[in-house]
Design a protein around this ligand. Structure first.
Ligand SMILES: Cc1ncc(COP(=O)(O)O)c(C=O)c1O
Length: 393
């Protein structure tokens, strides 16, 4: 795949080296037209826009996400974000002993952790880093909300092993695919997950406000969410006083959808569908392999997996004074981020060229070697060791 063929569709790439796609991917130029389309519909069609597509957007857009993640039509709905999507899932269950355990990994994304910690009656079991999640799952486990790709280190998880164990003991899994969808091939049907969730700001290039929820088709009508609203009613426009769940996955909806966000998001999904996640992955592996090799050759400790089969789209690396390195990179037009535990995070997407990756690695080396990062740190932070340069062979 030639990334050059797509670069002009992402205007920000003309201004900087954009390597922060694990956080907020570059905006497709088509988003502007999509949002103008939304405004035109509101301006010219007014109230009629609801019947002309707006009301159905959480389902029609959900079907598009479904095509990217291996979900059949009618099994994905759109929500504001992952937190709301998982809250709807959680609301389907009574948290009563003996089956009230929620089991997840220590490195789970905080918003997910908070949701289950706050759930009344839940007994949360946190599995320490490095221990297999499946070993903690037993007959007391109700839900296993875990990540496909860990957000901190970009490590791909053994989903099959977790699903197998969960189903063996009658537990259900909620797979958080935020860091995989659009970057790492994903087939929620083949993985046999019960629920899957994700958002769109990262590799899907769809922007904020477009979270998604997949529910395994045979589960859909056996569940009754308590977090519900009129979009989940069988006849929402009859304004009936009593709840009757809609048939199909619409029962997992709440109230008025986030229409502009859903318009915008489709511009991202279109390009992801056009390029194809398999091709994206091939490019991603080449870029992250190169980055990993260059950074290790320079003597830095790469904290993301070294085996490309276990690595998602992001490379994480510890350098001396990496907060300062990050700030200096930003001044030099290289956009990435850092986490205290793992160091710099660099997430090239399919539109990033090999030259950009080489340039970023060379700049990191130069910034450390010359000490250019030091002026961004308080002098107290600059240790002799940091001045000496690289720490790890
Ligand atoms: C794995 C993962 N889950 C969830 C989120 C965010 O959740 P929400 O959509 O609720 O903001 C992120 C990052 O933003 C993430 O990396």
């Amino acid at each position: 795949m030639d990334p050059a063929a797509y670069r002009d569709r992402f205007p920000i790439l003309q201004d900087c080296v954009y390597l922060i796609n694990h956080s907020l991917a570059a905006m497709p130029a088509a988003v502007e037209e999509r949002l103008a389309e939304y405004a035109r519909a509101w301006k010219t069609r007014g109230i009629r826009a609801w019947a002309e597509g707006w009301w159905q957007l959480p389902l029609t857009v959900g079907d598009q996400v479904g095509r990217i993640v291996g979900a059949p039509p009618g099994s994905v709905v759109m929500h504001q974000n992952v937190t709301v999507a998982e809250a709807v899932v959680l609301s389907c269950f009574d948290l009563q002993p003996p089956r009230n355990r929620i089991v997840y990994e220590e490195g789970n994304f905080p918003t997910v952790r908070y949701l289950y910690q706050a759930a009344r009656g839940a007994e949360v079991v946190v599995v320490p880093e490095g221990e297999p999640l499946q070993d903690a799952i037993d007959e007391r486990t109700l839900l296993v909300p875990f990540q496909h790709v860990l957000f901190k280190t970009s490590e791909i998880q053994d989903v099959e092993a977790v699903v197998r164990r969960a189903h063996e003991v009658g537990a259900l899994v909620v797979l958080d695919c935020y860091q995989s969808a659009g970057s790492v091939p994903l087939d929620v049907t083949a993985l046999d997950v019960d629920f899957a969730v994700g958002g769109s700001v990262k590799w899907l290039c769809g922007g904020p406000g477009a979270g998604w929820l997949y529910v395994r088709p045979d589960l859909v009508e056996r569940l009754e969410p308590a977090l519900v609203g009129w979009q989940a009613h069988a006849r929402p426009f009859a304004f009936e006083p009593e709840l009757e769940y809609a048939p199909g996955v619409a029962r997992f909806l709440t109230g008025t959808p986030n229409v502009p966000a859903l318009y915008a998001a489709t511009a991202g999904y279109d390009v992801i569908e056009e390029v194809g996640v398999e091709r994206i992955r091939e490019t991603s592996v080449r870029r992250t392999e190169l980055l990993t090799r260059l950074l290790r050759e320079a003597g830095f400790e790469v904290t993301s997996p070294l085996d490309p089969k276990r690595r998602g789209g992001t490379v994480t690396v510890r350098t001396p004074g990496f907060e300062g390195v990050h700030a200096e990179l930003a001044e030099r037009g290289i956009v990435c981020d850092f986490r205290p535990e793992t160091g710099l995070r660099l997430g090239p997407h399919f539109y990033n060229s090999e030259d950009e990756v080489r340039h970023a690695a060379a700049q990191i080396v130069e910034i450390v070697e010359t000490g250019a990062f030091e002026r961004h740190l308080g002098t107290a932070h600059v240790s002799r060791r940091a001045r000496a340069g690289r720490r790890h062979a």
